[in-house]
Ligand binder design. Structure first.
Ligand code: GLY
Length: 290
């Protein structure tokens, strides 16, 4: 996780943009079998990998008036859902954003886009790790296909948020979902406003029980709440409210337009790494809030 964070940090330190930084970080996490995203994704009920990913960026662009000093925030987004044949769904989400007029793509059309965008396709079984297979088998052996276990609690969804020196805010999220999910199930990580969101006031990425996050529109809610406080308090208050309103478990990471970072969760665990120029990279295992 720290290695993935360093990839994003190197981009920002080198003057790169927030979008490249969050994508590089999530791509590194997708490539690491420890995480439930890309290679290492958990398996659905049929023993297959189906992955969701999304990203969003809010950039200031110069409008014509006031001698070019009028900055207008402009947001763009891209997402893919239930894809099985790419190692890095976050790169395909970027291709949706940058090369199509659409936001969310699935199925054969998404695969065709991957080919067009020069993103290599793989066989679906190349994404299956021994760990994911063992977890899937265990689920059947223990007959654990209950609402309690078929949720985001096993975790491992990955995400990143960043602000760059030009004030652009970006967020990216990627996941394999949850072990034993029905084939074709799409979680929050593919949905703008639920698992990912960015606008002129901030950017957020979510992890946890997809169905609860979707119902609550967690990331949109978190960014909207930035008008009421600093990122750290907003993360806590928003997760508490999600818990109250849905009974679900989730976590969120946020950065606001002043670069203030916040994170909170009410789940079993959530691991977080942060970077700011003053404190460098830091690593946290925050306690769940109740
Ligand atoms: N938050 C990941 C999922 O529920 O798919």
């Amino acid at each position: 996780m720290l290695a993935a964070t360093r990839r994003g940090v190197d981009i920002l330190r080198g003057g790169g943009n927030a979008l490249d930084a969050v994508i590089a970080t999530v791509e590194a996490l997708e490539n690491d079998e420890y995480f439930n995203a890309g290679y290492g994704s958990v398996l659905n009920i049929d023993g297959r990998v189906e992955m969701d990913a999304a990203l969003m960026v809010a950039e200031a662009r110069t409008a014509g008036g006031n001698n070019g000093r009028d900055y207008v925030p402009e947001a763009r987004a891209g997402a893919v859902a239930a894809v099985s044949r790419v190692r890095n769904p976050i790169l395909l989400a970027r291709a949706v954003m940058e090369t199509t007029p659409h936001i969310l793509m699935v199925g054969a059309g998404a695969e065709r886009l991957a080919r067009r965008a020069g993103i290599a396709l793989c066989r679906p079984d190349e994404l299956i790790t021994p760990r994911a297979k063992a977890r899937w088998r265990l689920m059947f052996e223990r007959k654990l296909m209950t609402a309690e276990t078929a949720d985001g609690r096993e975790g491992g969804t990955v995400g990143a948020v960043a602000i760059d020196s030009r004030g652009a805010l970006a967020s990216a999220t990627s996941t394999g979902g949850m072990t034993g999910k029905l084939a074709g199930r799409v979680g929050d990580s593919a949905l703008i406003g639920a698992g990912v969101y960015a606008d002129a006031s901030g950017a957020a990425s979510a992890t946890g029980q997809g169905e609860a996050i979707i119902m609550f529109a967690l990331c949109r809610e978190a960014v909207r709440n930035l008008s009421m406080g600093k990122s750290a308090q907003v993360a806590r208050a928003t997760i508490l409210e999600l818990g109250r309103r849905t009974g679900g478990e989730a976590g969120v990471i946020i950065v606001d337009r002043r670069g203030r970072l916040g994170f909170a969760h009410n789940a079993g665990a959530m691991e977080v790494a942060t970077f700011d120029p003053e404190n460098g990279i830091r690593h946290y295992w925050p306690e769940p809030i109740t």
